[in-house]
Design a binder for this molecule. Structure first.
Ligand code: NAD
Length: 473
């Protein structure tokens, strides 16, 4: 049961503070133990990364590219086992966990092939000016519990590709698949280049204040991101903050229900709704309101809710009890204000943290279920009468991760999407991401991007090389 170890300076080590339970959300019971590291071990990991950086920063692009492909080969070979572990600690159905691993393979190979550009700014008889990119040093990766494996890959692979060394700190709710990921990466890089520490509390803050960490790539909630930003000021750590979202979708009048409703359902309930860029508020024109709500409820009722490892399950549990309770509180709050729960709306009476897909109508802005990020299996459907007003309400949020517009008139849909205050604006889709397209939030959803060239450059600092050609005589 206890074969999970941290990795520090190339060695697999137990936690100096003992271990803690990892709960399977489908049963509510512990299924494994995770090492609880000490702050001294965190310091060792940071020192190891700092030492390894002295060599790793000089490794060639070809070398890093080859090593990342070798890692991707191993991830692919071990995908089935990794996916089962993700289901056990995170709860999602096996097919989705498999796509999390295979997506990670794709992202790793994309990172492997990325080029680090040198930009020629000016070259003439007198001078040559080039903009170079250099790695930052020690990068700490802090990850959440919703897509634990994939998000760790999103952080670690471009960081390594750019020539940094990494200390990974996964969520204590889902640390095990990241421990395995780091074990695999470590087969293919020199010792100290990748390290991982796990623990229940205290690490996040210690990482944010650590004087020898140069950058933090953080994915998690807005309040924690704010605390990271405050604590990171000491040595002016570079930050990428991928924070919470409360993505709105606006369905334009006259959009055929059957043509889009499946996609809307999938975007809202992706990973049981526990996805930063999931569709979290659905604005539907009053002329089609009932038809959309009923069609969504019909799809929700069809979902087979169960343990992600059981064949046939297409809807797993909520990852943890706190999140389930938040979802339940938001639904109760809406109900108390006169909302209708078309389907779902009650925790299932069985072990584990099961809450079925829930569709709520008769809700509006100013209510908690609409204004707050539910991050779980419930979708508020909100009526509007005027597109401009829907847009105003969609933008009346502190969050600005993504948003979408759905409709048959592409020109109109694009025009409305262009007015959304969000890092990403989708038309006739939502939560679509791919390795070559920079992704990141605006407003309280964070700053900095992942993916694409812009994502890679977040792991670098610039050096302008300015050469006067006339040699001093
Ligand atoms: P969280 O903020 O509670 O935890 C995230 C990570 O931060 C965990 O590893 C946690 O241990 C660590 N942490 C806790 N306190 C810390 C501190 N003081 N300093 C540094 N690190 C600390 O978030 P969560 O509940 O794990 O994840 C859910 C949230 O993440 C949601 O709001 C969701 O929208 C967001 N999220 C955003 C994206 C994105 O790309 N924008 C992706 C996935 C999830």
């Amino acid at each position: 049961m206890n074969d999970f170890r941290m990795l520090i300076d190339g060695a697999q080590v137990a936690g100096e503070s003992g271990s803690f339970d990892v709960i399977n959300p489908a049963t509510g019971a512990a299924f494994a133990q995770c090492p609880a590291g000490s702050l001294a071990q965190l310091n060792q990991a940071v020192d190891a990364a700092g030492n390894a950086f002295k060599q790793w920063k000089h490794s060639t692009h070809e070398d890093r590219c080859k090593r990342l492909h070798a890692i991707a080969d191993d991830l692919e070979r071990e995908a089935a086992e990794l996916a089962r572990l993700i289901v056990q600690e995170q709860g999602k159905p096996l097919a989705l966990a498999m796509s999390e691993v295979m997506g990670s393979v794709v992202w790793t190979r994309y990172s492997a092939e990325q080029e680090m550009p040198v930009e020629l700014v000016e070259d003439n008889a007198n001078q040559r000016i080039e903009l170079h990119r250099k790695p930052l040093g020690v990068v700490a990766s802090i990850t959440p519990w919703n897509w634990p494996f994939m998000i760790a890959v999103w952080h670690i692979m471009p960081a390594l590709r750019a020539g940094n060394c990494v200390v990974s700190k996964p969520s204590s709710l889902t640390p095990l698949s990241t421990l395995r990921l780091v074990e695999i990466i470590a087969r293919h890089v020199p010792k100290g280049v990748i390290n991982i520490v796990t623990g229940e509390r205290g690490f996040g803050g210690a990482i944010a204040t650590h004087p020898n960490i140069n950058k933090i790539v953080f994915t998690g909630s807005t309040p924690t991101g704010q605390s990271v930003m405050r604590a990171a000021a000491g040595n002016l750590k570079r930050l990428t903050l991928e924070l919470g979202g409360n993505d709105a979708a606006i369905v334009l009048p006259g959009t055929p229900v059957e043509a889009v409703v499946e996609d809307i359902f999938k975007a809202a309930f992706l990973n049981m709704g526990q996805t930063c860029s999931a569709l979290k508020r659905l604005y539907v024109h009053e002329s089609q309101y009932d038809a959309f709500a009923e069609a969504l409820a019909a799809i929700a009722r069809r979902q087979v809710v169960g343990d992600g490892l059981e064949p046939g399950t297409d809807f797993g549990p909520v990852q943890n009890l706190d999140q389930l309770e938040l979802v339940a509180v938001l639904v109760e709050d809406a109900r108390a204000q006169g909302a209708r729960v078309l389907t779902g709306g009650e925790r299932l009476d069985r072990p584990g943290f099961f809450y079925p897909p829930t569709i709520v109508t008769g809700v509006t802005d100013g209510q908690r279920l609409v204004d707050e990020e539910q991050f779980g299996p419930v979708l508020p459907v909100i009526a509007y009468s005027d597109v401009k007003d829907a847009l105003r309400r969609a933008n009346a949020s502190d969050m600005g991760l993504g948003g979408s517009v759905w409709g048959t008139d592409l020109e109109q849909a694009q025009a409305v999407a262009g007015e959304l205050e969000s890092g990403v604006a989708w038309v006739n889709c939502h939560a679509q991401i791919q390795p070559n397209t920079p992704f990141g939030g605006s407003k309280l959803s964070g700053f900095g991007v992942e993916f694409g060239l812009e994502g890679l450059l977040e792991f670098t600092t610039q050096q302008l090389k300015f050469v006067r050609k006339a040699v001093p005589q």
